[in-house]
Write a protein that binds this ligand. Sequence first.
Ligand code: VLZ
Length: 134
Amino acid sequence: MPADFNGTWNLVSSENFEGYMVALGIDFATRKIAKMLKPQKVFKQDGDSFSISTTSTFRSYLVEFRIGEEFEEDNKGLDNRKCKSVVNWDGDKIVCVQTGEKKNRGWTHWIEGDDLYLELRCEDQVSTQVFKRA
Ligand code: VLZ
């Protein structure tokens, strides 16, 4: 039985989100705002179907996918670069590979105790965020 990510999660800590945003080419003014945000994630997981909505007072982002099925991702409101994305299980983690202009782009989510983790990767930058159940 795979991990159950269903629920509402609030950001409690963030490491090197700045470096991740720089690697994505996000401008200074946007980064200044974005790094102050405490986004909330709502996961809906039904078998291999997922939706992850990330909301904040500034920008919000929704991604929907099925495990193992490649999809076009537009990253609207983030860096707006299109990529081909695919998410797979790695044990109890979900691992997204985002193939496009930026090398080594993707993210991994997993649960540790009561906390939701997110590792965001772009080029040589790694950001780690931790969320707690709302
Ligand atoms: O998360 O890719 O959960 O695809 C934060 C909005 C969204 C703040 C960060 C605005 C998205 C930032 C991180 C402006 C530059 C992300 C995935 C995994 C969902």
